[in-house]
Design a protein around this ligand. Structure first.
Ligand code: SF4
Length: 538
């Protein structure tokens, strides 16, 4: 049961909020065994919102009673038994597909309504859960994908991530938030936790306390993507590792009790932070956690996009992790099982997922690297990260998503592979495609972000179309990419991207990143390139 007083019951509330006052989101697990005894068609559409709290979205066409199901994986780390079970779910129920997300989780499609109780029982039996993978609740807590094995981390963040996950998991004090709430905990100095696009982010810092240098965290709040993206803003607080759960709980309490519940489009923490300002938010936080020091010295010196591709030595001398590119984040069950076989034979009971829809096999001894590299699965997937397709991310799109205007995964990989035959860069170029204006694949912070929409063709028909934004980054606090004028139909995407990348190739300085090139030449220069392409394509 919950231990707090609801303070918003008398306010003007949206429909979801009115429902959540009557029945908590987590009650879906109580309801399901009875619900599945009847045909899915008998489930009232007003109940669909509750499925979210169980990590479920009704898949289109909605009358068929299939679901997208997301499994939470705190910090993106699973053991071999869990990995084998995730592969088995795909084979048995999910049309053989596993999609890797940008928050270190996995998701499936085609999950049948009638089988949900047995599927959940199997997931719980291996120590995983779907509870809170969607819905107005704390979501999967993300970490540095290399936590504990990273030469570039201040300390191992895995124990802190586990504590924060356990604090909120199934906790009815925090299962009725105004919207979703995303937490990032990371001590990698290249911002591997993508701090600025989370509601609450713990970022690596040091602070002199009583003459001793303490390693801990500074804190950013109010970040989030979507239709109206905001970058997280820094509070003037320093948090030791042992203080993290108390600070996380206090921030979520402030959001629960003060976040907006009238309009869902203004309900994320970012809107409260924009209205209050960080100073007022910090004052209220300090009333709940009075002992916090002022902010420490940030240890962040760059941005990795939370990507960990390639073969690199770990913090543990003589051991390597193998970061494998999974194009569009989509795996067949048999391919995933091949990676699990490698991890079981040569690794240490562990598979990991990064923030760019890729997977990692850690703890490969130097002597075993030749055998791992020779594995047949690497004829199909690459551990050598040089290509556009390796750094690209894309969302679910019109294949399954109810909100999408365009297809994504089906066109993304062929598009980037074709561009890879033409271009080769010594710096990653992050290209992202989403099927609508939401931020599911981190479009707003990509070097080149492509957003799906619709446009009228010459003969007046509505067709899938796209707009392009350039120059996104989470370097030095972050910068959202800027939209270029002009809509492109699907058959123009390759030409437009080729024109933009050709300019980067010819104009770039030695070792210059796409973001630095964008900053140096500016949006008007890139608009000219796109205008020239559109003029000759017309
Ligand atoms: S970005 Fe839009 S189309 Fe893509 S998965 Fe999210 S809501 Fe669906």
């Amino acid at each position: 049961m919950m231990s707090y007083q609801v303070t918003w019951a008398a306010a003007k509330l949206n429909k979801n909020e009115q429902s959540k006052l009557i029945e908590d989101g987590l009650d879906v697990f109580r309801d399901l065994p009875e619900l599945v005894k009847r045909p899915f068609a008998e489930v009232d559409k007003s109940y669909y919102m509750y499925f979210k709290f169980a990590g479920l979205t009704v898949q289109k066409p909605q009358e068929q009673g299939n679901f997208m199901m997301r499994v939470k994986i705190p910090g993106g780390i699973i053991n071999i038994k869990q990995a084998r079970h995730l592969a088995a779910i795909a084979s048995e129920y999910g049309h053989d597909q596993i999609d890797l997300t940008t928050r270190q989780a996995v998701q499936y499609h085609w999950i049948p309504f009638a089988k949900l109780p047995e599927i959940f029982a199997g997931i719980n039996a291996v120590g995983l859960t779907t509870q809170g993978a969607e819905g107005d609740i704390t979501r999967n807590v993300i970490d540095n994908p290399l936590a504990g094995i990273d030469p570039n981390e201040l300390f191992d963040t895995r124990p802190t991530v586990r504590r924060v996950h356990r604090l909120f998991q199934g906790n009815r004090d925090y299962s009725n938030l105004p919207r979703k709430f995303k937490i990032s905990i990371n001590s990698n100095i290249y911002n591997a936790g993508n701090a600025e696009i989370n509601d609450l982010a713990f970022v690596p810092a040091t602070k002199k306390i009583n003459g001793r240098t303490v390693k801990g965290f500074n804190v950013k709040v109010g970040g989030g993507l979507g239709m109206r993206p905001y970058l997280g803003l820094g509070l003037d607080i320093f948090v030791t590792r042992s203080q993290v759960p108390a600070v996380a709980e206090a921030v979520v309490q402030l959001y629960r009790d003060n976040g907006y519940r009238r309009s869902r489009s203004k309900a994320r923490l970012k809107f409260l932070i924009q209205d209050w300002g960080v100073a007022e938010f910090e004052t209220k936080l300090r009333e709940k956690v009075p002992s916090l020091a002022t902010a420490g010295a940030s240890a962040v010196i760059g941005w990795s996009n939370g990507t960990a591709l390639g073969i690199h030595e770990q913090r543990q001398a003589g051991y390597y992790y193998v970061g494998v590119s999974i194009p569009a984040g989509r795996l067949q069950a048999a391919d995933f099982s091949a990676f699990v076989d490698l991890a079981e034979k040569y690794g240490r009971d562990e598979i990991r997922f990064d923030h760019s829809q890729n997977l990692l096999i850690p703890y490969i001894a130097a002597a075993d690297l030749p055998a791992v590299k020779a594995a047949p699965i690497f004829k199909k997937f690459s551990y050598k990260p040089h290509n556009l397709v390796d750094f690209g991310t894309t969302c679910t799109g019109a294949e399954y998503c109810n909100l999408a205007y365009t297809h994504t995964k089906e066109i993304f990989t062929p598009l980037l592979k074709r561009l890879d035959t033409q271009f080769s860069f010594d710096q990653p170029v992050h290209i992202t495609l989403t099927g609508c204006g939401n931020g599911c694949a981190h479009r707003s912070v990509a070097d080149i972000g492509i957003e799906g929409l619709t446009a009228k063709t010459k003969d007046g028909q509505r067709a899938e179309a796209f707009k392009i934004a350039v120059g996104g980054s989470l370097l030095a606090g972050g910068h959202f990419n800027e939209v270029l004028k002009g809509k492109l139909f699907a058959n123009q995407l390759y030409g437009a991207l080729a024109a933009l990348l050709a300019d980067y190739q010819t104009q770039r300085l030695a070792n210059e990143t796409y973001y630095a090139y964008f900053q140096r030449l500016g949006i008007d220069h890139l608009q000219t390139i796109l205008d020239q392409y559109l003029a000759q394509a017309a």
